[in-house]
Design a protein around this ligand. Structure first.
Ligand code: F6R
Length: 366
C-alpha cells in the first residue's frame, strides 16, 4: 500500500526516519553507552581479532559496503576490502581462516553475492550477513548476521535499505572500535549520540522536498550528470549517480572529487550538472576548490551543504542544506536529497519510477 504517496519509492524515501529507528530498536542503550548486536554476539571474538574484513555485495549494497570500509578502518582499525561479489567469485581470491566476510544484501537473494559467500565459507572464513529480508537465502548461508529491519522495500531503486545498511555498519564499526580499544568511552558515547540524532535530522531534510523538486526541474532535460564527493561521501556520490541512471535513464557518473582532474573534468561545460557533496568535514576546503574548478569551466553546481554554509552558497548554482552532524554519519543525511532529485527528475521525464526498464528487485541470475 502506497498510502498517500504516488510511488513506493517516494513512500520509502519518506519512511527513512522510521526505518532507521527500526534498525536501532533494542540495539542501543538509553544512555548511548552500549550497542548490542545480538546476531553477531557469538562471533564477536572472531570479528574483533580479524586480520581483515572483506565486504561482498552488488549495486547499492556495494555502495553501503564502501561506507563501511571508511567506518571500520577509522573506528576499529581493521583493514577492509570491498568487492563486487561477481568479480570476487570468478577470480581466485586469497581467503584466510581469520578473514571475516560481510555480505550485504537487501533481498538476501542476489545470486552473485550468495555464490561468493559459499565459496568463502568453503575456505574457512567467518561469514556474516547484513540483510533485510528475514529467512532469505544469504542469511541462511551465513554463520551470523544483523538484520536491517527496514521493512519491505518495493521500489526497485533501493533507498531505505541503503540507509539501514549504513546504520548497521556504523553500529558495528563503533562496537568493534570500542572492543578493540580504539574508541574511548567518551568518543563512543558521543558517536552513538550522533547516530541516534539521524532520524530527526532526516525529518528536517524531508521538509525540503518541494524546494528540491524545484531544483530538480532545472535539470530534468540533462543528458549527463556528475556526482562528486570525498571520504565518507565518495560512496554517496556513486549512489547518487546510480539512482539517477536507473530510474531517470540519464547517464551519470560518481567520482571521488579529487579524481575529476584526471579525466572527467574534460566533460564539464555549461550543460553539465555537477552534484557535489560538500558538508563541513575534514576535506571541506578541498571540496570548495573542486567546486571552483567546476565553476571555472561553466559547469552547473548543485551542492549539498551543511546548514548555514555561506561560502558555497556564493559559488554554487543551487545549494541544498542538511543539518550539521559528525562526518561519519553524514552519508545518512546527504544521500536523502540525491534520492529526491532522482525521483523527481524521473517523474518529470515520465519514467516508471517503481519498475524501471530492464531491472528487477532481486537479481537471482548471475
Ligand atoms: C539499486 C539496486 C540494485 C541492488 C543490487 C543488490 O537501487 O536496487 O543495485 O542494490 O541488485 O541487491 P541486494 O541488496 O538485494 O543484494
Amino acid at each position: 500500500d502506497k498510502g498517500p504517496y504516488e510511488h513506493f519509492m517516494l513512500k520509502e524515501i519518506y519512511e527513512q526516519p522510521l526505518s532507521i529507528e527500526d534498525t536501532f530498536r533494542g540495539r542501543i542503550s538509553m544512555d548511548h553507552s552500549k550497542i548490542f548486536l545480538g546476531g553477531i554476539i557469538d562471533v564477536l571474538p572472531q570479528i574483533t581479532q580479524a586480520n581483515r574484513i572483506i565486504i561482498l555485495a552488488c549495486g547499492t549494497s556495494w555502495h553501503a559496503g564502501l561506507v563501511g570500509e571508511y567506518l571500520f578502518e577509522e573506528f576499529a582499525r581493521i583493514p577492509v576490502e570491498v568487492e563486487y561479489a561477481s568479480e570476487f567469485r570468478y577470480r581466485n581470491p586469497v581467503i584466510n581462516k581469520d578473514d571475516v566476510i560481510i555480505a550485504i544484501s537487501q533481498s538476501g537473494e542476489t545470486a552473485d553475492t550468495l555464490a561468493a559467500i559459499k565459496m568463502a565459507k568453503e575456505q574457512g572464513a567467518t561469514i556474516l550477513g547484513i540483510c533485510n529480508v528475514a529467512g532469505s537465502s544469504i542469511p541462511r548461508e551465513t554463520h551470523a548476521g544483523v538484520y536491517t529491519h527496514a521493512g519491505p522495500e518495493i521500489g526497485v531503486a533501493s533507498t531505505k535499505a541503503f540507509t539501514s545498511q549504513v546504520t548497521v555498519l556504523t553500529m558495528m564499526s563503533m562496537l568493534l572500535g570500542k572492543t578493540r580499544g580504539f574508541l574511548s568511552k567518551e568518543e563512543y558515547t558521543h558517536l552513538v549520540g550522533e547516530l541516534t540524532q539521524i532520524p530527526d535530522k532526516i525529518r528536517t531534510i524531508l521538509q525540503a522536498d518541494d524546494e528540491i523538486k524545484k531544483i530538480s526541474e532545472t535539470y530534468q532535460h540533462a543528458t549527463n550528470a556528475l556526482y562528486l564527493g570525498r571520504g565518507y561521501l565518495f560512496p554517496v556520490a556513486l549512489e547518487g549517480a546510480l539512482k539517477l541512471k536507473e530510474i531517470s535513464y540519464i547517464h551519470a557518473e560518481g567520482y571521488p572529487a579529487a579524481e575529476m582532474k584526471h579525466g572527467p573534468i574534460a566533460l564539464i561545460d555549461e550543460n553539465m550538472p555537477v552534484f557535489v557533496l560538500a558538508t563541513k568535514d575534514k576535506s571541506y576546503e578541498k571540496i570548495v576548490s573542486n567546486i571552483q574548478e567546476v565553476k571555472a569551466r561553466n559547469g552547473k553546481v548543485i551542492a549539498i551543504v551543511t546548514k548555514g554554509d555561506e561560502v558555497i552558497k556564493k559559488m554554487a548554482d543551487h545549494v541544498i542544506e542538511v543539518p550539521d552532524c559528525h562526518e561519519a554519519v553524514a552519508p545518512l543525511l546527504t544521500v536523502i536529497p540525491l534520492q529526491f532529485i532522482s525521483y523527481h527528475i524521473a517523474v518529470m521525464r515520465g519514467c516508471n519510477v517503481d519498475q524501471p526498464r530492464n531491472l528487477a528487485k532481486s537479481v537471482t541470475v548471475e
